[in-house]
Design a protein around this ligand. Structure first.
Ligand SMILES: Cc1cc2nc3c(=O)[nH]c(=O)nc-3n(C[C@H](O)[C@H](O)[C@H](O)COP(=O)(O)OP(=O)(O)OC[C@H]3O[C@@H](n4cnc5c(N)ncnc54)[C@H](O)[C@@H]3O)c2cc1C
Length: 378
């Protein structure tokens, strides 16, 4: 069997892996990007993008194609605490005038195709089954199973696990969990038609949260999140009924909504941070760390970390990647855990959201700065 050699093998071709592949391939690296899933498939996730994510999509040249694909543009974010609504009209900053929430089958496909256009070899229905290590324990490649059932051996300077929450790469390198969150929410979401684009609408009540997120195809993603112990209740009713029970203002917002697709249930998963780099390997996206989805930050963080990882690879500073990830991520991790506890009054929660906003601004400043730094080292 001939063993092919790459600069990087990236396991997982969604928002973390495809974004990393795109940047590495554009910088001239020889990249193999694989995913066990079919190309263009959906995944469990709502998909509200924060300003940092849209900044990066603009930088990578993908914001315009997403707009051209009919992704609704979000000009307002509303936080509705019980009956009190705080509407925030988006101000142009860092070159971003509107937010968006593209469906994952569109966003992930566009990222993967852009990586392939940049020269990455893209293989779907192809799984990493084992890692290959040298005598010193350094990861030097992987065995991958192909769609026809055959196995291929791949040699790579760096194996990047972008393979999500249950990362096999993390398990095979023994990436230690360095932090564990204490709380998680359970959540039900459903795509519905018939609602106008009123921006991102985030609803909160005692021990409940919800949202309405306009997305592609004239649909909106409506979700209700409850404490983990109430997960069974999410299975007992539609999202509209759950909203009526817990957040009457959200139920009013949903007047006229018609289900487009079956409801999806996320039973909850406590956040974690893992060691994210070692000899011959690195992790990015949910493989690296996971914060509770209540703050809707995973994709924005995955994009940011892909920039951070690529910069570390290009500058030979992989050893600093974890410390930098922690510096920018810990406040988001801790605030997400605090909000997921549901142990707050609506007044406390508004304060937590203000703190989160300050953290997001610091992240955006970091993202804005990397453009120049990366250019200097490239
Ligand atoms: C209910 C819910 C709501 C959320 N809402 C939001 C939100 O509104 N906004 C937001 O920004 N984030 C949100 N998130 C978080 C977001 O979905 C994740 O952070 C994001 O999907 C992480 O992307 P990823 O590329 O790291 O991993 P994933 O999207 O999980 O992709 C991992 C890929 O790796 C592949 N893979 C796994 N193992 C292998 C293997 N051995 N070989 C090859 N391929 C493999 C899988 O097939 C998969 O395609 C939400 C999450 C949940 C659960």
């Amino acid at each position: 069997m001939t063993i092919e050699t790459y600069d990087a093998l990236i396991v997982g071709a969604r928002c973390a892996g495809a974004a990393t592949a795109l940047q590495l391939a554009r910088s001239g690296a020889k990249v193999l990007l694989i995913d066990s899933a079919r190309g263009g498939s959906d995944t469990m996730s709502t998909h509200a993008l924060m300003r940092g994510a849209v900044m990066l999509l603009e930088r990578w040249g993908l914001a315009a194609p997403l707009r051209a694909a009919g992704t609704p543009q979000i000009a307002r974010t509303s936080f509705i605490y019980g009956e009190d609504a705080f509407d925030i009209d988006l101000r142009p900053e860092h070159g971003v005038e509107t937010l968006m929430a593209p469906r994952r089958h569109l966003l992930d496909r566009m990222l993967a195709e852009a990586a392939a256009e940049a020269g990455a070899e893209l293989r779907f229905e192809t799984s990493c089954t084992e890692l290959i290590k040298d005598a010193q324990g350094r990861v030097t490649g992987a065995r991958v199973s192909l769609p026809d059932g055959r196995t291929r051996e791949v040699s790579a300077g760096l194996v990047i696990g972008a393979d999500g929450k249950r990362s096999r790469v993390a398990r095979l390198v023994g990436a230690e969990v360095t932090r564990q969150a204490r709380h998680t929410v359970a959540c039900a979401y459903q795509y519905v038609s018939g609602l106008p684009n009123r921006g991102f609408r985030w609803h909160f009540a005692e021990a409940a949260a919800g949202g309405i997120i306009p997305t592609n195809g004239g649909g909106s993603c409506a979700f209700v999140a409850l404490p983990e112990h109430a997960a069974a209740e999410l299975r007992s009713a539609s999202v509209q009924e759950l909203a009526a029970r817990h957040m009457p203002v959200m139920a009013e917002d949903m007047t006229g909504a018609e289900p487009l697709e079956a409801r999806v249930i996320f039973a909850g998963l406590k956040g974690y941070m893992r060691r994210c780099a070692g000899p011959g390997w690195a992790l990015v996206g949910d493989a690296s760390w996971f914060r509770d989805p209540i703050t809707a930050h995973g994709i924005t963080d995955a994009f940011r970390d892909s920039e951070m990882l690529v910069k570390a690879v290009k500058t030979g500073t992989l050893g600093c990647y974890e410390a930098q990830r922690d510096r920018l991520s810990l406040p988001i991790f801790e605030l997400s855990d605090r909000i997921a506890s549901f142990d707050w009054s609506l007044g406390d929660l508004a304060g937590l959201h203000k703190q989160l906003n300050r953290v997001m601004k610091a992240n955006q400043a970091w993202i804005a700065g990397t453009r120049d730094e990366v250019r200097r080292v490239a």
